[in-house]
Design a protein around this ligand. Sequence first.
Ligand code: GLN
Length: 483
Amino acid sequence: MHQLTLAEIARGLADKKFSSEELTKTLLARIAQLDPQLNSFITLTEDLALEQAKAADARRANGETGALLGAPIGHKDLFCTLGVRTSCGSKMLDNFKAPYDATVVAKLAGAGAVTLGKTNMDEFAMGSANESSYYGAVKNPWNLEHVPGGSSGGSAAAVAARLLPAATGTDTGGSIRQPAALTNLTGLKPTYGRVSRWGMIAYASSLDQGGPLARTAEDCAILLQGMAGFDPQDSTSIDEPVPDFSANLNGSLQGLRIGVPQEFFSEGLDSRIAELVHNSIKELEKLGAVIKPISLPNMQHAIPAYYVIAPAEASSNLSRFDGVRFGHRCENPKDLTDLYQRSRAEGFGPEVQRRILVGAYALSAGYYDAYYLQAQKIRRLIKNDFMAAFNEVDIILGPTTPNPAWKIGAKNSDPVSAYLEDVYTITANLAGLPGLSMPAGFVDGLPVGVQLLAPYFQEGRLLNVAHQYQLNTDWHTRSPAGF
Ligand code: GLN
């Protein structure tokens, strides 16, 4: 049963081949047996899961239908879940039980999804390897010595290992697409504003966006349908109609104009990945797509701009963790300053502290103009590059990451070498555009992803292209040995 996709689960439940309760019990047993190898969960919610599964079965017995009704999922542990620990991968929030559900959590529960647990992640979503979690590194099911990518590494590892059919993630600079690429999944970062951020613990508010991680584009369509939509509680949520993603997967790719940016194939890209990306291009050409070389001339500035803007916003967002209202509080503070300083020094790990320092520096008087303001200008130039490109093409295609998954610990002494792994994903966040990563082959037994980018609110186009590709390739069906 653990091999079933969300779409297959929906059919199985509708045809009464099994109940949600049976499926939930099977997966919980599988998690208990296999997750000790992976460390993909921070908290399991067995009781809640069984209660939700029974309720979903009862709703089906009453004639209700729906692709998510009774479907087991996991939530990245930065979506607030009422009464359940929501740690954000940090000691700071190890003792935090959220007093309400995030909009995404409430919407999915309303659609009948069953929450099996909260998945491991880089501390406060800062990272590309899931090594900065207070709860320990997550292992890649394709090779347990390698990272699964991050920051949504727990969600990715759990889905790749068939412990869950799908899970939520968030993507600030690539944290859905990059772990999807490194674990052979399909992952989608929606347009900024498409999915509510209410109750999603903030890292960099102008970049953060929640989205689905699953094995197929078809399943991403199902999960995104349950997550997307206007939310008056989120001031950056956009009131834009949500199309029926599943109904629009079968459009023809005849004449689809695919832009391939030359900058995506520059130095730093593993030549074996470049070859797999070119193979995916040939596959899409067979389906009728037309390839056009394009240029995104400001791409080389994306990493420096992102690593100013994201830490700047993080330093502001994380100022709320002060030991007073929630989260970790130091023992016996001498005075208020001591309370702040020790609570934060003890509660935050080294990567989070590094980013708070960088962000506070970039925002300080005297440096604001030199760093933050410049970074915001670059952000606009990158957006303009995309707007110009989308006048010529319907989607943009390139690699998701420059390298396959690296060994755990390999980049620990050099944070910048990890930051460089984000080179192809962060531009979409800076511009607010939707992006998808899909499986496209293997290098040394490790998965490789191809990234597709589309104009604002064209998630449906991305899912359509990925689905057509998946109907004609079988990379996405491969599963890691031992899982
Ligand atoms: N790797 C990037 C960072 O560390 C992106 C993380 C994310 O998307 N949450 O900031």
